[in-house]
Design a protein around this ligand. Structure first.
Ligand SMILES: Cc1cc2nc3c(=O)[nH]c(=O)nc-3n(C[C@H](O)[C@H](O)[C@H](O)COP(=O)(O)OP(=O)(O)OC[C@H]3O[C@@H](n4cnc5c(N)ncnc54)[C@H](O)[C@@H]3O)c2cc1C
Length: 438
């Protein structure tokens, strides 16, 4: 049984950024990763003509300070994302296809109402502490109500709720009827409480060298300290340290263990020696699953029609599109549409999704030079996409969210507000810092 100062379980952005800081501080750290590659929910591949394609996490925004700092330390570059591309958005609605910046079904009164309710949402978000939403005097009530019910209680018309629902589908988030208001308020509070979802704060930048390059570069720096194809089955915390066992039966010992797994795979681990209260809180956390499609063309042909490649789709399996790079569209199947997607025969899924791109962007949209589909929802080592908070879940998980029971440390994007790359880097580095400073 080999012995280490710290064992990190999972080589995604969280585990790697924790291990990198620990190794830099001189700790003997070993990373155990189930897959044969590093990166977890960030993953990239290359087209036949050498273009990088991101199959997982892609964009960040101005509020993602930990991620941006890491990118700088690694010598990588941040550049503008799709939010800067001029042109008109595409609205594929039940009642037709529309182009334009405005939501086509909204009257002037609906738009004014939408903006007024967004102002009220921002003000309410400003009263929530993202690090301690449970301390809000109305925490339970705000958590119990869905975003949809709250919108209606504020006087939103069905057309205003429709706008919010379409935005949720575009982000592959859960429906407004199945999201906790408190969780949404906390998410926006963490980004400055600027609105329902401020694209500048969340999605305006990307790593020019490729999002997954951030993880790959850290894994390269860690070298032999990362062991691949080593899925962990159990963690046993005892008075004299921690024992970690692989599915193969191989065992390791360490002073501390940093668990850097998504909510689902974390639930699958056998964990002993931590309090029942802590384990229950970990096991309550949920994920919104998704499938991602990336469609690669010779050029950004949609620009000739005045389209900017950003799409919001109401009548399809895809929730919408955005431009990943020149001649490349990304799209997600949101959780509420995964049922019909999974009911399709596997060999029909890509054809159906491409048909939807054809509806939005014309026949060229349905005939890419290359197409990639990644079923993250069905991936044993991920089982999801971003954190999903149903009404009542945030208070049920409680203030143990994001906490640790040393020598058992839990990091990862799902331990921050909502499951983005920022949360992975932020929680990974914060735990490493605490370990280093003793
Ligand atoms: C399709 C998609 C699009 C996304 N888009 C964005 C975006 O644009 N912007 C953004 O900020 N975020 C986005 N995200 C979310 C973001 O990618 C993740 O939140 C982040 O990368 C998670 O990092 P992590 O290290 O916490 O977890 P993960 O990346 O999931 O890493 C966990 C690691 O643990 C490994 N593992 C699992 N089980 C075991 C086990 N038993 N033993 C050992 N290892 C195990 C996994 O293989 C994985 O490598 C997206 C995610 C997906 C799937």
């Amino acid at each position: 049984m080999s012995t280490h100062d710290v064992i990190v379980v999972g080589a995604g952005l969280a585990g790697l950024s924790a291990a990198r800081d620990l190794a830099a501080a001189g700790a003997d750290v070993l990373v155990l990763e189930a897959r044969a590659r590093a990166g977890g929910r960030v993953e990239q591949t290359t087209t036949a003509d050498g273009r990088l394609v991101q199959l997982g996490g892609e964009v960040v925004g101005a509020s993602h300070t930990s991620y941006r700092a890491l990118v700088g330390e690694l010598g990588l570059t941040l550049g503008p994302s799709f939010t800067d591309i001029p042109g008109e958005s595409t609205w594929l609605m039940n009642d037709g296809r529309f182009l334009g910046d405005e939501m086509p079904w909204m009257s002037a009164r609906d738009r004014a109402l939408y903006e007024e309710i967004e102002r009220r949402f921002s003000a309410l978000a400003g009263s929530v502490d993202p690090d301690d939403p449970w301390a809000h005097p109305d925490a339970r009530a705000l958590d119990r109500i869905s975003v949809g019910d709250w919108l209606r209680s504020e006087g939103a018309t069905p057309d205003v709720v429709r706008a919010m629902e379409l935005r949720a589908m575009g982000l592959a988030d859960a429906s407004v009827e199945r999201r906790s208001l408190l969780a949404d308020l906390r998410k926006e509070a963490s980004a400055g409480a600027l609105g329902f979802y401020d694209y500048e704060a969340w999605e305006s930048e990307k790593v020019v060298e490729g999002s997954a390059t951030v993880a790959l570069q850290m894994a390269e720096q860690l070298g032999h300290r990362v062991r691949y194809s080593s899925p962990v089955a159990s963690i046993d915390v005892g008075g004299d340290g921690v024992r970690v066992s692989l599915h193969s039966g191989e065992r390791f010992r360490a002073g501390d263990v940093v668990c850097a797994l998504p909510a689902g795979p974390l639930r699958d681990l056998r964990i002993s020696g931590v309090s029942a209260e802590y384990r229950d809180s970990l096991r309550r956390r949920e994920h919104a699953p998704t499938a991602k499609l990336v469609s690669v063309y010779d050029s950004s042909f949609w620009e000739a029609n005045g389209q900017n490649g950003t799409g919001y789709f109401e009548r399809t399996l895809l929730g919408g599109t955005w431009v990943q790079n020149t001649g490349m569209l990304s799209a997600l199947v949101p959780v509420d549409r995964l049922g019909p997607y999974r009911a399709l025969p596997a060999d029909a899924r890509t054809r159906v999704l491409l048909g939807e791109l054809g509806e939005a962007y014309g026949p060229e949209g349905a005939s890419p030079a290359a197409v990639f589909v990644r079923d993250w929802h069905a991936d044993t080592w991920t089982q999801g996409y971003i954190t999903a908070w149903r009404p009542g879940e945030l208070t049920a998980v409680g203030p143990l969210h994001g906490s640790h029971e040393p020598p058992f440390w839990v990091v990862g994007s799902d331990q921050w507000v909502c499951g983005y790359m920022e949360g992975a880097v932020r929680t990974g580095r914060a735990a490493a810092q605490r370990l280093i400073s003793g």
